[in-house]
Design a protein around this ligand. Structure first.
Ligand SMILES: Nc1ncnc2c1ncn2[C@@H]1O[C@H](COP(=O)(O)OP(=O)(O)O)[C@@H](O)[C@H]1O
Ligand SMILES: [Mg+2]
Length: 1034
């Protein structure tokens, strides 16, 4: 066995004996001496096996420092000198490492140090468990719940300046690593009677004093309070100030703690308002007032306090006032109101104050639970810490003590069950030789109290619910009847005669033999306290409060939820909650701390042996029960324990050694277990990591393969599907197109058939005509603007816009020309007309025939060039001619013989052609026009012409005439015209470059030759022979 090095072992430097199991000889005296010796050396902790005994030092010891925490951390229970930290550590590690839920049961009398012990356990666990911001907040909240609950649930009593007036059980929840997650607090039976009345030398709950001393003036004003304890009836005056307690400072601590725990500012203020209301309730006083019917009625003395309470809580003053003076009893259909007398009014007031306060306290616990509850839903490990009032044996024991002692009785029972019974069973299981110990089982006492049919609590409930007059005495009578034969019940009135003469047992009392001793209970107040009656009128008034917290504290006041059944009695409520607690504890691994108080004076260094002896009795019993010593080996004397056989001592020694070995083995076991477990966990973790990576890789590959295959298959299928759809769609499209085409044609036909008659048949033509019309219109309108001048010789004409208008255009041009010519002509006078007719005649005769013609066009035809009338030379000539002269001009007459020319006057009248001498004016020849047959001339540019005469006529005897004149064209034309008008015969005009002329009998040919003349441009005439006359023309 490997020996572990230890610093201060249980045995080294030991004052007395650290573990009572090792005490030799073991009897009550050595036991107490050992405790005292250790206590005197400031060793307040001693073990009895695994139970820790703690003796209250009533002074602060330097044994709770952080260094101490470190010292005890992760060390084995027996390794170091006894300490509450060792037990805490053991419990915590067992919870963390072995996954066992723990409970720490702290018992002891009031003032023995239970609450302190519970706080030490909690702070140790908080110090050693996990760290981190979140965890620290949880811890802080768990720890800070204590000051809040202590302010409201603790009070100064005779035994303890900070006595818990409620039982408390707290489950601290941890996760698998051992980090705290949160907690749940249960409270048991707050001593609410303290709110309205405190025993001599004791105080009300701390919070009242803290509020009055610590609140700011502003807050006090708001709460309508005064900083004067003596103003309040509910605060006993004799111990308002406690030595060493600074209420004001504590008030700040509490406010701060509330904040940490998670109370909103308005919540904290609501809570204080309720506290203030309770305080002020105590100041409401009543006075009797006689009514006409002779009954007494109570009246509120000073309504000011009532008014302020109502203002504070938001209750209608009249409602509350009525609730204090009437009591309404409702049964099925009936509703009866009775007035309250003064005593009843006070009772109602106190009941209200107590209820208000105790409900507030329960609300606080719930509110704290809400804040500290574990946030996660993971599986939790639990460490429960039970700090509950110890066994109470006072001079006057009432209902409260009865209840408390019942609870302790139950705890004892669970202690027995969990330790002794279980161990015995284990030994049997392990086949270890074991002589059965007949330990005292207190189940019978529990049964006396809690039995459902004839237990004391059941009797009490029955009595409370019974109709008729019910008093504490009737209850006691009933007990006397039912429980008389019970061996742990004693009563003077019982029929059992053995107590008839017992003067220590008053008539109004009953006595119970508890496991820890006999307790005498005063029956007075049992019924009332069990009923815990609050008149419905009051709860309904409270429910009407506008103060949300107060309203929520009295849900039964809601008329909608009226419940005619009585609420459960205090006793049965407590029984039920104790049962739950026991059930809870049974599932956990117990750890015991037994607190002992060394004196009744709250003083340090004083060890009152008698007092301690009284307290340890049950402890010693435990010790012997724990050791596997056959029962016949020892027995209890009055103050001594007898051990029969010395062998037992050796056995004890052996056991001690064995125990040390066991310890080492345990250490080894735990260490090896730990090592293997860590190694295993590491391997497991690695294996998981590797497996995860490999699986991931394999899955990835498989996934990729599957994915690509799936893709290929998908693509084929999709392709196939798409093609199918495409075919289908194409087909559909073709069908659609065909249908559309058919439909279109069909519609076309239909429409055409339908509408042809309206427009189609003539539309083209009409449109064509219209268009044409428009074009033509446009054409004409444009033409109008583009017209050329009216001058007939103007050659301009606008261009043709359209080919199809070609003929029109030309026609138009022609018409226009004709029109303008006509216009032009219309301006002419008759004379002019004649001239133009003449000119026209000339044109018809000579144009394109005679080269001379063009030169004549510009010359006006004057006719009478010689003005015979005016010239006196020609007087005779003029006289000779009676007719009108048409031509009078000088011409050259060509001599027929030689071709020489002589000037003659050529005269033409209407009927005659005359030739006269130019000088004398003597008429040489006269030819009637009827005798002129023909006129010949060349086509050349010359003025020669021949006048042919009729053969055989008088004039023709000399032959035809040959002339040359500058006005040939005019003369020939006039001759022609005159002949035509006179003879109605057309004069023959021959145009030829060779013609025959009759000279006397001879016919002479006149021939025109071009360009062969001698003297320039003047034509010359020459007789070549008798047959030819040549004329040379230019
Ligand atoms: N371990 C301790 N160290 C110092 N003083 C203690 C210790 N335990 C208790 N006390 C003192 O005793 C008083 C009463 O203790 P408390 O735990 O309130 O008793 P209980 O809860 O058992 O009624 C405390 O206020 C404190 O002064
Ligand atoms: Mg306490």
């Amino acid at each position: 066995m490997a020996k572990m090095e230890v610093k201060t072992s249980l045995l080294d430097n030991m004052i007395g004996v650290g573990d009572m199991v090792l005490l030799e000889p073991l009897n009550e005296e050595t036991f107490i001496n050992n405790l005292k010796k250790r206590f005197d050396h400031s060793e307040i902790y001693t073990y009895i096996g695994s139970v820790v005994i703690s003796v209250n030092p009533y002074r602060s010891l330097p044994i709770y420092s952080p260094e101490k925490v470190e010292e005890y951390r992760n060390r084995n229970f027996y390794e170091l000198s006894p300490h509450i930290f060792a037990l805490s550590d053991e419990a915590y590690r067992s919870l963390r490492d072995q996954d066992k839920d723990q409970c720490i049961l702290i018992t002891g009398e009031s003032g023995a140090g239970k609450t302190e012990a519970s706080k030490l356990v909690m702070s140790y666990v908080a110090a050693v468990c996990g760290k981190g911001a979140e965890v620290n907040q949880v811890k802080e909240q768990l720890l800070q719940s204590n000051p809040v609950l202590e302010a409201f649930g603790n009070a100064k009593t005779v035994r303890n300046d900070n006595s818990s007036r409620f039982g408390k059980y707290m489950d601290i929840e941890f996760d698998f690593k051992g980090d705290p997650l949160g907690g749940v607090i249960s409270n048991y039976l707050l001593e609410k009677s303290r709110v309205v009345k405190q025993p001599r030398g004791e105080r009300n709950f701390h919070v009242f004093y803290q509020l009055l001393s610590g609140a700011s003036e502003e807050l006090l004003n708001k709460l309508k309070l005064e900083r004067d304890f003596s103003r309040y009836n509910y605060l006993s005056l004799d111990s308002a100030k406690v030595n060493g307690v600074d209420d004001a400072a504590n008030f700040r601590t509490v406010r701060n703690a509330m904040q940490i725990v998670g109370f909103m500012d308005h919540e904290a203020e609501s809570v204080l308002a309720v506290v203030a209301a309770v305080l002020k309730l105590g100041n409401i006083e009543f006075k009797p007032e006689s009514r006409v019917n002779g009954l007494d009625e109570s009246k509120i003395k000073d309504k000011n306090e009532l008014k302020e309470i109502c203002e504070l809580t938001g209750i209608d003053q009249s409602v509350l006032e009525r609730a204090f003076s009437f009591r309404t009893v409702e049964a099925k259909q009936e509703k009866v109101s009775t007035t309250l007398n003064v005593a009843q009014a006070y009772y109602a007031r106190d009941a209200l104050a107590k209820n208000l306060y105790s409900r507030l306290f329960s609300w606080l616990v719930n509110r704290i639970n809400e804040s500290i509850k574990a946030q996660t839903k993971v599986r939790k490990k639990v460490m429960g810490v039970l700090d509950i009032y110890g066994f109470e044996i006072f001079e006057d024991n009432s209902f409260e003590q009865f209840i408390i002692n019942y609870c302790n009785e139950k705890l004892q029972q669970i202690f027995i069950e969990l330790t002794l019974k279980e161990e015995q069973e284990e030994y049997i299981r392990e086949d270890i030789e074991w002589t059965h110990i007949d330990y005292f089982n207190n189940a019978i006492i529990c049964d006396l109290i809690e039995n459902n049919t004839n237990g004391i609590l059941a009797m009490l409930d029955e009595e409370c619910l019974r109709p008729g007059t019910v008093t504490d005495e009737t209850f006691l009578e009933k007990l006397n009847q039912v429980c008389a034969t019970h061996q742990h019940f004693e009563s003077r009135m019982s029929k059992c005669s053995r107590f008839l003469n017992d003067t220590s047992l008053p008539h109004s009392c009953f006595r119970i033999q508890h496991y820890a001793g006999k307790v005498l209970y005063q029956v007075e107040g049992f019924v009332d306290k069990n009923n815990d009656l609050l008149y419905r009128d009051l709860s309904q008034a409270m429910w009407k409060a506008s103060h949300a917290l107060i309203k929520s504290l009295f849900p039964e006041g809601n008329p909608a939820k009226i419940n005619l059944k009585r609420p459960p009695t205090a006793g049965s409520q407590f029984k039920a909650s104790v049962a739950t607690l026991m059930k809870n504890l049974q599932t956990k691994n117990p750890n015991y701390i037994r607190c002992i108080k060394p004196n009744d004076k709250k003083a340090a260094h004083i060890f009152n042996e008698a007092l301690v002896c009284h307290q340890i009795r049950s402890g010693v019993e435990v010790l012997f029960n724990e050791l596997e010593i056959p029962v016949e080996e020892y027995s209890f004397g009055r103050s001594k324990i007898f051990i029969r056989n010395p062998r037992t001592l050796f056995k004890l020694e052996d056991l001690r050694k064995q125990r040390l070995e066991d310890l080492a083995t345990l250490i080894q076991k735990i260490y090896r277990g730990w090592k293997c477990r860590t190694h295993f966990l590491l391997m497991k973790k690695s294996q998981i990591v590797i497996a995860a990576w490999y699986r991931r890789y394999a899955q990835q590959k498989r996934y990729q393969q599957t994915k690509s295959s799936a893709l290929v298959i998908q693509s084929y299928i999709r392709g196939w599907k798409a093609r199918k759809i495409l075919r289908e769609l194409k087909h559909q499209k073709r069908c659609k197109e065909a249908v559309t085409t058919i439909a279109a044609y069909w519609h076309g036909t239909q429409v055409r058939r339908e509408y042809r008659k309206f427009f189609r048949a003539n539309a083209g033509k009409k449109i064509y005509e219209f268009t044409l019309q428009r074009i033509v219109q446009k054409y004409f309108l444009e033409m109008k603007n583009k017209m050329p001048s009216l001058s007939p010789i103007d050659k301009n004409w606008p261009s043709r816009p359209y080919l199809f208008l070609d003929s029109t255009h030309k026609e138009l041009k022609r018409i226009f020309h004709l029109w303008r010519c006509k216009k032009y002509r219309d301006q002419f006078t008759d004379q002019q007309k004649l001239i133009y007719e003449e000119k026209l005649e000339a044109s018809e005769l000579f144009k394109d025939k005679k080269a001379l013609y063009p030169s004549s066009v510009g010359q006006p035809f004057q006719g009478a060039y010689l003005e015979i009338n005016k010239n006196p030379k020609y007087k005779k000539l003029k006289d000779a001619i009676e007719e009108k002269i048409i031509i009078a001009e000088v011409v050259n007459k060509i001599n027929r013989a030689n071709g020489k020319s002589t000037s003659r006057i050529f005269l033409l009248t209407n009927n005659n052609l005359l030739l006269a001498d130019q000088k004398s004016g003597q008429i040489k020849s006269e030819v009637p026009l009827v005798d002129v047959t023909k006129v010949s001339m060349s086509s050349q540019n010359d003025g020669f012409f021949a006048v042919h005469l009729k053969e055989g006529s008088e004039a023709a005897s000399k032959g035809d005439f040959l002339f040359s004149s500058d006005h040939l064209i005019e003369m020939a034309t006039k001759l022609y015209r005159t002949t035509l008008s006179q003879t109605k015969q057309k004069l023959n005009i021959e145009i030829s470059d060779e013609f025959l002329v009759q000279f006397r009998q001879d016919k002479v040919c006149v021939k025109f030759i071009q360009g062969n003349q001698k003297n320039g441009s003047v034509p010359t005439c020459k007789r070549k022979n008798n047959r030819l006359l040549e004329v040379a023309v230019p």
